[in-house]
Design a protein around this ligand. Structure first.
Ligand code: ADE
Ligand code: ZN
Length: 340
């Protein structure tokens, strides 16, 4: 089996995927037409040409504008199903997907529209593709904590179908501590906690995510590497980092994929995983993130198996399901080794 085939077939989970970031220009135009929404682009090529970002904010401006075509439950269901169909061939078995309800409720959509549409798409993906998934509600950190509380309240009727809460959007200037109370409230409701930290923000934001928010996972975490004590702590705690290589490249967190710290993270003993973040905007779904990163960094088969195992041990799946997926990875790796 060739290297690419080995990677594609390796059973894996995706733990850092903004479903709004999987909106391809083709679907954006289809939904704009269906919903009578005007787009500031002449065609699909013009949209793609606009995807040249020099930082996170450049991207976020266009990402929030793109989400404006999503108006009905069917739109969100179509969005989710399009994503699941794209990753079905990448060996993806499980996805913990982010959604940004405030992006939609601030446009006047009822809270129910996004979540009901997404849940319908997720149920159908499990049925037809065998991919399991769960939802993580992200608070937009450029908004205030009262708005996050209002969102948590709006989510109440669906809390049994929401696995956790997260924190995304513009990082610098919006430290995790700004959301200490709402994360405490989410924890008291039994929700898992994650937060973007150390994507553009300093190591102090990673410390705050750990010590003030008490997160179960760190999203990105790249800048943790600037602080040796922090790295030692993340290793000791077995904290999962949901790393997003092609996102880091497109948002200029790294200049070249060859400079990406993923291999160094593994060498330091950090529990890193590979994820796509916003695949429609960053040039690749999960399989492409794995393949391009493996090629650029010369990842070994053992490192790839470690990454696959991390994606399940770092997930919020129940232990029996994690064990099932790990056994499948081990059997796959043994078959590949025997065939080599
Ligand atoms: N929202 C969508 N993608 C994001 C990212 N990479 N960082 C912060 N917020 C986001
Ligand atoms: Zn993200």
């Amino acid at each position: 089996m060739d290297f690419e085939g080995f990677i594609r077939g390796l059973p894996k989970a995706e733990l850092h995927l903004h479903i709004e970031g999987s909106l391809e220009p083709e679907l954006m135009f289809e939904l704009a037409g269906r919903n009578g929404v005007a787009l500031p682009f002449a065609n699909v090529e013009a949209v793609r040409a606009a995807y040249a970002f020099s930082n996170l904010q450049d991207f976020l401006d266009i990402y929030y504008a793109g989400a404006g075509v999503l108006l009905t439950e069917q739109d969100f269901k179509d969005l989710a199903l399009a994503y699941f169909r794209r990753v079905a061939g990448d060996g993806v078995r499980h996805v913990e997907l982010f959604f940004d309800p405030q992006t939609h409720t601030d446009r006047g959509l009822p809270f129910s529209v996004a979540i009901e549409g997404l849940l319908a798409g997720m149920a159908e993906a499990e049925q037809s593709l065998g991919i399991t998934s769960s939802l993580i509600l992200c608070f937009l950190r450029h908004l205030d904590e009262d708005a996050a509380f209002a969102t948590l309240k709006a989510a109440e009727p669906w809390l049994d179908r929401i696995q956790g809460v997260g924190l995304d959007s513009s990082e610098v200037g919006h430290p995790p501590s700004k959301f200490a109370r709402v994360f405490k409230a989410a924890r008291e409701r039994g929700l898992k906690l994650v937060a973007h930290a150390g994507e553009e923000g300093p190591p102090e934001y990673v410390y705050e995510a750990l010590d003030v928010l008490h997160v179960d996972r760190i999203d990105h975490g790249n800048r943790s590497l600037e602080d040796e004590a922090l790295v030692r702590r993340l290793v000791a705690e077995g904290m999962t980092l949901t790393v997003c290589p092609l996102s880091n490249l497109k948002l200029c967190v790294v200049k070249d994929l060859k400079d990406h710290p993923l291999k160094r993270m593994l060498g330091l003993g950090l529990k890193a995983t590979i994820n796509s973040d916003d695949p429609a905007y960053f040039g690749g779904y999960l399989g492409q993130n794995w393949i391009q990163t493996a090629q650029a960094l010369g990842l070994t088969r053992d490192e790839l198996v470690t990454l696959a195992r991390n994606s399940f041990t770092g997930s919020f799946l129940p232990p029996a399901a994690v064990e099932r997926h790990l056994a499948e990875i081990d059997a796959y790796a043994a078959r590949a080794a025997a065939a080599a």
